[in-house]
Design a protein around this ligand. Structure first.
Ligand code: ING
Length: 327
């Protein structure tokens, strides 16, 4: 009997700045109902799925940005999601902005802010939590930008690493599941840390502008979706795992985010793709046995990796200049 689970990317259309969380949660519950009708066992919602992509908005008083964060999960606003999961027997991945009161590296307990995702069982147990490591953008107002991207202002770098957990999901008694968030997908290091923990299913949400917002050079518009798909397909192929990548899409207060959520198999093939930039459910049957081929041949890490040659990957942050050739 193959180890197959039916998964869905539950893509969300735009959430306007003025819209309360309840609007998004209602839309997400409707997507979960649709997922149930299609026999879906695990639903992946986007990054920061409860609100508009608020890092595009500058708050001079950073405390004002707390309005975009959740101080409890579940909460009154998100309880309907957990209730729907229980009602339909569906697990779900949710991205949201998290306020946590916990100690930092100096041991001081303080109010901390993270770009977070959780994996929730049908019973409502939080099986896994991840906090975004690769925060793109900038921390101060950037007047030259078309639109701000202030993730470095509002979030701390995630402090949970890239964890993988083996847990029951759907009809299976154990699946190796891991998460990353948006910009993380562009960094092969993130995929490989998950791959080195035998991940079988990577879940990620994203909010990605459909046009280049930095005045930093030409980039053809069609390459935005291409680069996203390229990163996810490569990550899945090179780590012999499935990936479910779910967009928050459409035009939020005049700023367009692209959709085209995808589900990718361990061969790097796109097995399902959204074609709208609105609420849309895409589904796929994932036979996890497909992970075996890659990780026992080309990507049998224990047989082929040479960590002694990889020192620069963890020793260095930025690139250095190479030595100059001399005859
Ligand atoms: N968004 C974007 C992403 O990595 C970005 C930021 C856009 C980076 C385009 C580079 C190019 O998809 C988030 N939220 O990380």
């Amino acid at each position: 009997m193959s180890r197959t689970i039916t998964v869905a990317a539950a893509q969300l259309g735009p959430i306007q700045k003025a819209e309360p969380r309840g609007i998004a949660v209602d839309r997400m519950v409707r997507l979960m109902e649709r997922a149930h009708k299609r026999g879906v066992e695990l639903v992946v919602f986007p990054e920061l799925a409860l609100t508009t992509f608020f890092p595009r908005h500058y708050h001079e008083d950073i405390a004002e940005a707390d309005r975009w964060f959740e101080t409890a999960m579940p909460s009154n606003e998100t309880a309907p999601l957990f209730a729907a999961a229980r009602k339909y027997g569906i697990g779900f991945h949710l991205g949201y902005a998290e306020i946590a009161h916990e100690s930092d590296d100096t041991g001081i307990v303080r109010k901390r802010h993270f770009n977070t995702s959780i994996l929730v069982s049908p019973a409502g147990d939080i099986l896994l939590k991840y906090r975004k490591v690769h925060l793109p953008g900038h921390a101060e107002f950037a007047p030259e930008r078309v639109v701000q991207h202030l993730e470095k202002r509002y979030f701390e770098v995630g402090n949970l690493g890239f964890p993988v957990i083996r847990a029951p999901m759907g009809g299976l008694d154990g699946i190796n599941m891991g998460m990353m968030i948006c910009n993380d997908r562009r960094w092969p290091e993130a995929w490989r840390v998950l791959g080195l923990q035998s991940v079988e299913l990577v879940m990620l949400g994203y909010n990605t502008p459909s046009i280049n917002q930095e005045a930093g050079g030409f980039e053809a518009h069609h390459l935005r979706v291409f680069h996203s798909h390229l990163s996810i397909q490569a990550g899945a192929y090179q780590n012999a795992c499935f990936a479910v990548a779910t967009a928050k899409a459409g035009t939020e207060d005049g700023c367009e985010l692209f959709g085209h959520s995808i589900i990718v198999n361990p061969q790097g093939e796109i097995v399902a793709m959204a074609t709208s930039w609105d609420d849309e459910l895409i589904t796929a049957d994932c036979n996890l046995d497909m992970c075996t081929l890659g990780r026992t041949t080309i990507f049998a890490f224990d047989k082929h990796r040479r960590p002694e040659a990889y020192g620069r990957i963890t020793d260095q942050v930025g690139a250095v200049e190479p030595p100059l050739w001399r005859k």
